[in-house]
Design a binder for this molecule. Structure first.
Ligand SMILES: [Zn+2]
Length: 421
């Protein structure tokens, strides 16, 4: 059965971790990141497939980290996935530098994690001599928590999961899957999201989350910090830390509200999946001075993932090619399609639209096409867009630029009938 013939859901839960286990998990995260890095360093520019990288790097990862054998394999597979997306980007004419592992995340599979649903506990392999950590799942008090739908139902089988360290807490993103019952693959409606510098996010339903205020505030904080750094006194140092703390809080607050907006949009349009472009791709587009945005985008997708999970909405990342240069209407790809940073104008079909909106539709469209291709069947999939819902294989009435400009406000848009019928 192909990988696509499963429904997939994520249940996110906080973990209650004892102080001694806390240290074990922190060390495991560090060892796992190191393991991924060793595998990438060895395989970079040399090989690409999971099995090749595993053959090449497994012994080295095992010898130079304290990871157990299965986590050494998972680290090799992680490296393979990241190298693969670098290759795709290069084929696309984009820059792709060797990945570095900074995010505090560890992958778990059925060999490294055991879920005890009856006791609401999980056992996680750590680094070292097959030591395991047992932790309680901190689920909502009532039995209404969405997590129970998957935890308490044997039809949902636990699959690859990830452990995250966020805001001083441990979270487990438990992956579940269930075979698709009938013969038709149902992809449901998909919401595409483009992330960027001028707009934090733009959805395929043309909801714009402007970065204007965020960018302005950050420049202000930067100015204040600059002044304090020059002062250089003890007192100034303390104030500097306070200012940085306030800035982080402010940014998180903004990101939470953007994440809420994205999830609300997905719910309004009945979307089963929210699709982001892989963050590696975004990093390439960002000016160097905005390195901080990578951190912010990581946070944002994380927030969206756990807010969406509550509503049974899946969050995936895809590696779309030519997001910014491809026409979402006719598929024509050209540099000339982007006369300015904000404008998209197709040289073939004349489609004219906001560049980020076009990109958001591409993210959804390319994801759906790839899913259909890799499952080898024409599934039922569509992506949500402002003027209705479109089925990628059917095409639809082009969308007027006037309408786009008139409606590009930061408000939800009412659902409309499918214009293509
Ligand atoms: Zn076109």
């Amino acid at each position: 059965m192909s990988d696509n013939n499963y429904h997939r859901r994520t249940a996110i839960t906080r973990l209650s971790v004892s102080e001694s286990d806390e240290q074990l998990l922190q060390q495991t995260v560090a060892e796992y990141k190191r393991g991924c890095q060793i595998a990438v360093d060895m395989a970079w520019e040399r090989c690409r497939s999971k099995s090749d990288i595993q053959n090449l790097a497994y012994d080295e990862v095992l010898a130079n980290t304290e990871l157990g054998s299965q986590h050494a394999i998972l680290a090799c597979h992680q490296a393979a996935a990241n190298i693969k997306s670098c290759i795709t980007r290069r084929q696309d004419g984009k820059k792709a530098s060797k990945p570095t592992y900074t995010t505090p995340t560890v992958t778990y599979d059925s060999r490294t994690m055991t879920l005890f649903t009856d006791r609401q506990q999980v056992s996680l392999t750590t680094h070292g001599d097959f030591s395991r950590v047992r932790a309680d799942l901190v689920l909502p008090e009532d039995s209404d928590g969405y997590q129970h739908q998957y935890l308490d139902d044997d039809a949902w089988e636990p699959t690859e999961s990830t452990l995250h360290y966020r805001d001083g807490e441990w979270y487990l993103h438990l992956g579940f899957r269930k075979p698709v019952a009938d013969d038709t693959t149902e992809y449901g409606t998909v919401l595409g999201v483009d992330l960027g510098v001028d707009q934090v996010a733009v959805t395929s339903t043309a909801r714009f989350f402007s970065a204007g205020e965020l960018n302005h505030e950050r420049r202000e904080y930067e100015r204040v910090r600059g002044g304090l750094q020059e002062t250089g006194t003890q007192n100034a140092h303390r104030t500097l830390q306070e200012v940085s703390g306030r800035e982080d809080e402010y940014v998180k607050h903004v990101l939470h509200s953007v994440a809420n907006g994205i999830v609300a949009e997905a719910r309004e349009y009945g979307c089963a999946t929210i699709v982001f472009e892989e963050l590696d791709g975004i990093r390439d587009r960002l000016p160097d001075s905005l390195w901080h945005s990578v951190w912010a985008f990581n946070r944002l997708t994380d927030y969206v993932e756990y807010k969406a999970a509550v509503h049974g909405i899946d969050v995936v990342e895809t590696n779309p090619r030519n997001t910014s240069k491809r026409c979402a209407e006719c598929g024509f790809v050209a540099d000339a399609n982007r006369p300015t940073r904000e404008t998209f104008e197709c040289q073939q079909c004349g489609n004219r639209n906001h560049a980020d909106y076009n990109a958001a539709k591409n993210v959804a469209d390319v994801y759906l096409r790839r899913e259909q291709q890799s499952s080898g069947r024409r599934g039922i999939g569509q992506y949500a867009l402002k003027s209705g819902v479109v089925t990628p294989n059917r095409g639809y009435t082009p969308y007027s630029a006037m309408e786009a400009e008139a409606e590009s406000t930061d408000k939800p848009h009412p659902h409309r009938a499918n214009p293509s019928g």
